[in-house]
Design a protein around this ligand. Sequence first.
Ligand code: 0A1
Ligand code: ZN
Length: 878
Amino acid sequence: MRTETEHTIFLKDYAPTPYSVVAVDMDFKITEAGTRVRTQMTIEPRPETEPGTPLVLDGDGLTLQSIAIDGAPLMMVAYTTDDDGLTVVEPPFRRFVLETEVNLTPETNTKLMGLYRSSGTWCTQCEPEGFRRITYYLDRPDILAPFKVRITAPRDIAPVLLSNGNLIDKGEAGDGMHFALWEDPFPKPAYLFALVAGDLGSITDTFTTSSGRKVDLAIYCTHGKEAECLYAMDSLKRSMAWDEKRFGREYDLDVFNIVAVSDFNFGAMENKGLNIFNDKLVFALPETASDANYANIERVIAHEYFHNWTGNRITCRDWFQLCLKEGLTVYRDQEFSSDERSRPVQRIHDVENLRITQFPEDGGPLAHPPRPDRYREINNFYTTTVYQKGSEVVRMLATLLGEAGFRKGMDLYFERHDGEATTIEAFLKVFEDATGTDLSQFSRWYLNAGTPAVTASDSYDAASQTYTLTLTQKTAPTPNQPDKPPFVIPVKFGLIGPNGSPMGWTAVAGGTVKDDLIVLDGDSVTLTFTGVANRPVPSLLRGFSAPVKLSTNLTQQDLLFLARHDSDPFNRWDALQTVATQLMAAAATGSQPASADVDALRQAIMDTLGDPALDHAFKAQVIAMPDETVIARQIGRDVDPSAVAEARHALIRAIVGPVAERVEALHAELQVIEPYSPGAAQAGRRSLRNGLLSLLTAGSDRGAALAEAQYHAASNMTDRYAALAISAHNWTKAAPALLGDFRTRFGGDPLVFDKWLVASSQAPDDAVIERLRAILAAPDFPRTNPNRLRALLGSFVMSNPAQFARADGLGFRFVTEAAAEIDKVNPQVAARVLTGFRILPLLEAGRREAGRAALEALRNQHTLSRNTGDIIDRILAG
Ligand code: 0A1
Ligand code: ZN
C-alpha cells in the first residue's frame, strides 16, 4: 500500500498569506477528561488582498465545537473543514476577531506533536507544524503575533501552569481549579508557542543582564530530580553571559523557564521564554551521567538559549529557511563550547561528528542543500545537513570575512531584521553590506547539496626554489542536482620546512593568497610560490576551514611528519587519522599494510602520548581509531562492513600488541583520584584513560580483564560506562555479565537504561539481533518513549554497521519490522530510524539488495505515515 498522496511543497511557490494575525488570545481549560481550547484571533486582510478571498486555516486532528466572528456564531455554509484545516469562505473585509473552540485529548497523543502528556505533565511541541494540532491557525513561521494565554487546571494535579512571556495574573478558579495568565509581548510565530501544566519541582536562580535587568530563572522537573538540574542552570547562566560578551545580545523578558520532560521527539525546543527539554539534556549527577552527557547538556542549554536572538527575535520566513536559525545557532553553540572548553578539542569533535553523520547524508540518497527547495514532510528536514553543515557554512563566512567583518555583519543582521521572519538571502546581504564583499557565488553553499572533493597536488623545484601547489574541486551529482558549479572554498594553509617549523615565501603567483588563506573558487587553481628554500610539506585545510573531502599526494611519511610538527592541532589530529583510515581501508579491500607502515603509525601514536605539551583531551582524540563508517566512506563502494570491522580490529591489534604494557601503565597512571568534576580538565584525563582502555581491549589480551576491573571499581558513570561499552563492543568474555550487572544496578533509572540499550546494541556477535528483538518485545518495554527507541534502534542502525547490514538481511528486517510498528505510534521516530538505510549505495551488491528488499516490503505491506514513506521513497530512488 502507498502512503498519503504525494504532496511536494516548493520554495518557488512561496507567497504571503492574504490575511495577517494581529493578536492571539487563548484560553485552555485542562482536565483529566480532556482539554478545551478557545482561541480568539484578531485578523486583518493585507492591503493587496481582494475582498472575498477565503481565509484558510491549518488544523490537524481537531474537532470544532464552535466558531464565531466578532461574537456572532458562523452559519454552517460560512465555513468548511477537512483533514487539513478550516476555511472561512468569505470573511469580513476589515479587521475582525475569529473565535474557535476545539476539544483535545492530549492523553492519546503519541506523536508528541501539539499538546500531549508526558508522565502526567501536559506539555507542547509546536515546531514545525504542531500548533495546528492545538487550534485552527495560520500555522507558518511568517505569521507573527503577540500571544496572551490563560490556563485553567485542577490545582492538585497541575499546581504549575506555564506559558510564554511574563506571568501577569493568577488565582483561584473554583471547584479545585486555578488559573494563570501569561503574556508574551514579543510577536512570535506559532511554532514558538508553549504551555506546560503539571505537578513539578523546580530550582530557581537569577541573572542580571549587562544593562542591569534582573531575570528570574527556573528549571522545572519531576519532584526529586531538582539536584540533577544544577549543571543545566549553571550552563544557562554562562550562556547568557557569553551571548552578551561575544555577540552583544541581552535577554529580553523578566523570566526564563526551562521544563524537563521525559517524552520528547528531539533534544530540546527554544519556545519563547519557556524552553522545553528532553530530560536527558537536563539531568546530570556524576553517578548517572557521563562527561559526554555533561558536555551535551551545556551545549544544548546554550543552543536553545541562543535561539532567543537567532530564531525567535529573528525567525524564518518559511521552513525552507530552517538553516537560517539552525545553522547559525549551531555555529554559536560550537563557539560557546570552544570558549568554555578547549577550542582545538571542540573543533575536532565537531568535525568528527560532521564526517560520521553529515558526509554520509550528503553523499547518499537523502542528500539535500542546507536550504532545500522542496519537501514532502518538513519534519524530515531537521537534519545534520541543515544543522551541522549549516554551521560550517557560517564558519566559512567568518573565515572569509575575518572576525571583525563577521561581527559587523552579525550586528547589522540584528539591527536590520529584529522582529522579522526572514531568509538566507537577507542573511547574506547583511555581510555584503557590512563588508562590501560579493557573496553571490558563496551562496551556492546554501543552495547546493554534496560534499566537494578537493584534490591537492604539489611539486618542488630545488634549482629555482619554487613550490607549486594545485588545488581542484569537483562535486558529485546529488538527487535533483546533476551539475554542480564550483563553490567558494576557503583553504587555510601553511608550509612546513624540514625541521618542522613554518616556512615563508617571497612571492606567489597564479591566484589569491591572503596571509594563511587560499580561496579556491574555480574548478582549479595553481599557485606558484617563489623563494621557498627547501621542499615543504603543505598543511592544508587547517582547522577544517571548509566542509570538503580533501585528498592529497602526501605520503604516509609526510602525514606522520604533519602529525608531529604541524602548528595547527586540527591537522595534527587529521594527519594521523588519515594514515590510520587509509591503512584500514586498504586492509579491508585486501591489501595488508606493510609492517614498516604500521610501525611508523605506532611510533607516531606513542610520541603523541608522550608529548608533555599536549593536553589529555587532545591526545584522546588522536589515539581514537577511525569509526567504521569513516573507513567505509574511504573505500567508497562495494563495501563489506564485516571486512571493515575486521580490518579495523586487526590494525589496532598490530599497533597495540608490541606496546601493550606501556599503554597499560599509562592507563593506570591516569586514574583520577580527586572528587568528580565535569570540567574539561578532569574529563579530558578520563577520556584519554578510557581511550587507552579501548585500544587495549581491542588490541591486546590484557584489556578485557582491565575493562572488567574498571567497570567494578568505577566511582562515576563516565568510567563505568566506558568500561561497559568497550566490553560490549569487543564482546569480551565478561561482557554479558557486565551488561547484566549494569541493568540490575541502574534498571530503574530510564536515562541509564538508555545507556544499557546503547551498549547492548553495539555488540558485534551474531546473536545481537536476537537479544535486541527480545528486549524490544518484552511487555514492559516503554515502546512509546523516543529516547528508549532511539537508544535501542537508532544506535544499532548508525553504529553497528556489520550487524545492521548483515549479508543475510536479518539486521535490515529487524529494523523495518520494528519501524512498521513504531510508525503507527510516532512517525517521526520511525522515519529517523529508517534514515540509517542511506548507507545502501555504499554496500556490496548482495547486502544492498537485501536492504532494498526489506525497505520495499515495508513500503508495500503497510500503510505508512508521510514521514516514513518520504524517507523510504527517497532512499529507494537514490
Ligand atoms: N528547534 C529545535 C529542534 C526541534 C525541532 C522539532 C521538534 O519537535 C518535533 C523539537 C525540537 C532545536 O533546534 O533545538
Ligand atoms: Zn536549534
